[in-house]
Design a protein around this ligand. Structure first.
Ligand SMILES: [Zn+2]
Length: 199
């Protein structure tokens, strides 16, 4: 189920601002639509189509990332972590109290934990993930008693479009795998005949 905005952000640590920038609904929708287009390209390359961006309080993109787990064979290659790393390098800070992270799929436990650790001001996601989502899907790390920082969280922005994109991608992947199994099976079935011809 998509999350609604939670309570206001708590004061940050040393050097951290105390408020989160509200970019506005139109800006967040615009960026989510951009991320969905980016995710489409990512999906075409064989990765699960997920893209993320970190925006500063002025709405400028300071980091972006897409899922690259398979390409890099890196379990940390989730879109959110890639975007976070890039933004941290650009801003020279690990705290993001006044920033917004947008992502096309509800963050998993690893990414949601990283966003809490990074003191992200606001998280906006598109498709909810009831099985693995960790911002209200299967668990809610933003509201967990261990969370020392409370983020604003909003789910469901362009949620239907993101959901359809993911469903299309997984349908295509299942079909590809089915065809590969069929081809492998046909090859195995043909092997004895081929061997007898060459023997
Ligand atoms: Zn993740």
């Amino acid at each position: 189920m998509a999350r609604n905005p939670s309570s206001a952000v708590q004061p940050g640590g040393p050097g951290g601002a105390t408020t989160t920038a509200q970019l506005g609904e139109a800006t967040e929708r615009l960026w989510m639509a951009r991320l969905l287009r980016r995710a489409e390209c990512v999906g075409a390359s064989g990765e699960i189509p997920v893209a993320a961006a970190v925006l500063d309080p002025q709405g400028r993109c300071v980091g972006w990332g897409s899922n690259r787990r398979h390409r890099l064979q890196d379990p940390l290659g989730h879109a959110e972590l890639v975007a976070l790393g890039q933004a941290a390098r650009l801003l020279g800070d690990w705290r993001f109290n006044r920033c917004t992270l947008l992502v096309t799929l509800e963050p998993c436990p690893m990414c949601a934990g990283a966003l809490v650790q990074a003191r992200m001001g606001r998280v906006v996601y598109a498709a909810a993930d009831p099985k693995r989502g960790a911002l209200g899907g299967c668990l809610d790390l933003a509201m967990h008693p261990s969370a020392h920082h409370h983020m604003q969280v909003l789910g469901g922005v362009e949620g239907q479009a993101a959901q359809h994109q993911l469903e299309r991608w997984f349908r295509g992947r299942r079909e590809t795998l089915r065809q590969q199994r069929q081809a492998a099976s046909a090859t195995r079935a043909g092997t004895p005949a081929a061997l007898s011809q060459t023997g």
